[in-house]
Design a protein around this ligand. Structure first.
Ligand code: HEM
Length: 464
């Protein structure tokens, strides 16, 4: 993954999502342990989330005088979720009117929108296009967004440097992940140990990855949640009936087992929204043969785990929004192994338990306090537009050579590879399903001149 991403990401191999090997192992372990120390998976996490949820409910009650005013939920949810992750990363909370938080939310939204622009395919395939005036307009915009996000992080890190006290190392109870990182480095130095892969640039990019992954995913899922509730009033009423049956002012984690329909609805929201329809890239670490296919070190692979959630053989009528599919005959929550919104394997979501608690507590408490309707007709159709390529010279013989050795797949175009197939797709899963039928569970898709092996079968691939 490294070489490919280095072209695309000028910050180099830092953070957590775009690194691999020993550095990834060390940094992932550090992040997981630190989040656990801050209460992830424990009652402290619930307290933190509940504080943000009750603040959000108060804000919504004030802003939304029943029947006379509509409220754009998205920025309010973003502040709520943003406060939870910001608190863990930097010990920072904003009130609902704070413009910094709204700006950060807009930047993250803008970034997600910009990376989905078709021209991005050209930048990945032909990095030189990022230098060509006019053609590089979206690239420059992306870099401006990133610059502003990094400036925010610089300010936080600088604030922590100013607040640093030598005694923090002995006290051993850091207030947030940024201090925990600084303490870890200092501890190693004092013990005369190697500081490993811990450095300033890595800290900044780790914070950026955790901030982005921890905020955008959860906020997007919650946006889908309330949109789907507004579009499905009967399901909304069923959830509310179940929540009312508890006769509790505040829904807590301990009520979860008493709320199977609510949990089934959250599962169905995640399945239906499928907010990461393409998994993260993996790179083959050494030449290897799996299931009769030969792969070389550096080949790019995507274990396409998320497609399972739209497979008609596993989920009948997958386009239908139906929480009941997650309930058995006795109306108890049913475990479905192929429901994997947080992926599986070593690269499985690092914030899964935090995200699950956030989705449950925010969704259940807001549904308990409000009814949701859409103000005007909103479509729930997702338009996935990935791709295409513009120009440049394609090395035909390389395409031909690689096609012979990699798994079969749809015939690529010169220059553009298979990217034209993605244009105007309403659902990228449909495309993958049709390729799966044609070529089986493993096939190669070309992003311009770059081959990606898509793996749509077998857990073993994800674990490896
Ligand atoms: C509803 C919310 C979320 C969803 C649906 C989600 C989903 C995912 C998925 C599917 C992956 C793995 C992709 C793959 O296998 O290719 C992933 C990775 C990751 N997630 Fe989440 N996530 C959510 C929330 C969070 C939160 C709250 C955090 C931070 C605390 C977080 C941090 C990460 C990180 C750091 C990775 C990369 C892990 C690695 O490469 O080792 N996520 N997420």
């Amino acid at each position: 993954m490294t070489d490919f991403l280095l072209l695309f990401l000028p910050e180099g191999s830092n953070g957590i999502v775009q690194i691999d090997g020993d550095k990834w192992r060390e940094q992932r372990r550090f992040a997981l342990h630190t989040l656990r120390d801050f209460g992830v998976g424990r009652p402290l996490m619930e307290q933190m989330i509940t504080l943000e949820v009750t603040t959000l409910i108060n804000h919504m009650e004030k802003s939304c005088v029943l029947g006379s005013k509509s409220l754009n939920l998205c920025p309010s949810i973003a502040v709520c979720v943003g406060n939870i992750i910001n608190n863990m990363l930097f010990g920072l909370r904003f009130n609902q009117d704070n413009q910094i938080m709204h700006r950060l939310h807009r930047l993250l939204d803008d970034q997600s929108h910009t990376v989905m622009q078709p021209i991005m395919g050209a930048y990945i395939a032909f990095p030189l296009t990022t230098k060509v005036p006019l053609i590089n307009k979206e690239w420059k915009h992306l870099m401006e967004i990133k610059k502003e996000l990094l400036e925010f992080l610089d300010t936080q890190i600088e604030g922590h440097r100013m607040g640093w006290r030598e005694e923090m190392v002995e006290e051993g109870e850091p207030e947030d992940l940024t201090y925990a990182y600084m303490i870890e480095v200092e501890k190693r130095k004092r013990a005369g140990e190697d500081v490993g892969f811990f450095d300033d640039q890595q800290l900044k990019m780790l914070l950026l990855d955790l901030f982005f992954a921890g905020m955008e995913t959860t906020v997007t899922t919650l946006k889908w949640a309330f949109l789907l509730m507004a579009k499905n009033p009967e399901i909304q009423r069923k959830v509310q009936k179940e929540l009312d049956s508890l006769s509790q002012p505040l829904i807590e984690m301990r009520h979860r087992t008493q709320l199977p329909y609510t949990q089934a609805t959250i599962n169905e929201i995640q399945r239906h929204a499928n907010i990461l329809p393409i998994n993260l890239l993996r790179t083959v670490a050494e030449d290897i043969e799996i299931d009769g296919y030969g792969f070389r070190k550096g080949d790019l692979i995507i274990p396409q785990i998320s497609i399972l959630m739209n497979d008609p053989e596993l989920f009948e009528n997958p386009k239908e929004f139906r929480p009941e599919r997650f309930l058995d005959e006795s109306m108890n929550l049913k475990r479905i192994d192929e429901f994997l919104p947080f992926s599986i394997g070593r690269r499985q979501c690092l914030g899964e338990s935090l995200a699950r608690a956030e989705l449950y507590l925010i969704f259940a408490n807001l549904m308990h306090s409000f009814c949701f309707e859409v103000e005007e007709d909103v479509t729930t159709e997702t338009t996935y537009i990935y791709l295409i390529v513009c120009s440049s010279i394609y090395i035909f013989y390389e395409l031909h050579f690689k096609r012979r050795r990699l798994p079969k797949g749809p015939t690529p175009w010169l220059v553009a590879g298979n990217m034209p197939s993605f244009v105007n797709m309403t659902n990228v899963d449909d495309l993958f399903q049709s390729w799966k039928k044609q070529y089986g569970g493993i096939f190669t898709v070309w992003i311009g001149p770059i081959p990606l092996v898509m793996v749509l079968k077998g857990k073993r691939w994800a674990y490896d």
